[in-house]
Design a protein around this ligand. Structure first.
Ligand SMILES: [Mn+2]
Length: 183
């Protein structure tokens, strides 16, 4: 299964379209959104081509399954217009014998999350900065933000395929970081 993981689109039609371009060009079999899909939020400037209705339309009716977890800028009303689940605070992906705890990052953080075992991963968004590091044997992952990257990071998303994580620059399509999970 080849999965595209993106976070913090924040209503940007432009960056949402780049996420979907990657989804199709990389022939991903699913899209996982880590929250903050439609609104910019009070702490962010408006992202490029801010158009929540357009983002809604773009994400509706994709030819691959989409699911998400709830970000701190996601409201209940959003669930009525998006045709895939976004209200869960977390989700658990099983990859072989490993767990990936998936969440936005405002409720559970790399510092405070349910018990995971060495070899598992904690995948989150929220901070708008890419992360790939190990803490106590747990892999901490963040794709970065699609629309509003912080700390001079790239407009970025993450691809997971066969235990390999690839960070993609959404503007150039290039892979700028790779991490391989040993079997
Ligand atoms: Mn955000």
């Amino acid at each position: 299964m080849k999965l595209l993981i993106a976070s913090d689109i924040h209503g940007s039609a432009y960056y949402c379209s780049l996420v979907l371009e990657r989804l199709h060009e990389e022939r991903c079999e699913g899209l996982l959104l880590l929250g903050d899909v439609l609104y910019h939020g009070p702490r962010n400037d408006l992202p490029r081509d801010y158009a929540p209705k357009e983002v809604t339309a773009m994400l509706t009716g994709l030819d691959v399954p989409v699911f998400g977890v709830r970000g701190n800028c996601d409201a209940e009303i959003d669930q009525t217009v998006l045709g895939f689940p976004i209200m869960a605070d977390y989700s658990l992906l099983l990859v072989g014998s490993r767990r990936i705890f998936v969440t936005h990052g405002h409720l559970y953080t790399p510092e405070e999350h349910p018990k995971l075992c060495p070899g598992d991963a904690f995948l989150f968004g929220h901070i708008h900065v890419p992360v790939c590091e190990e803490r106590d044997g747990v892999l901490i992952l963040n794709p970065g933000s699609a629309a509003i990257p912080k700390e001079q990071s790239r407009h970025s998303a993450l691809i997971l395929e066969n235990g390999v994580f690839r960070w993609i620059d959404l503007e150039t399509g290039e892979t700028w970081r790779t991490y391989s999970w040993e079997a």
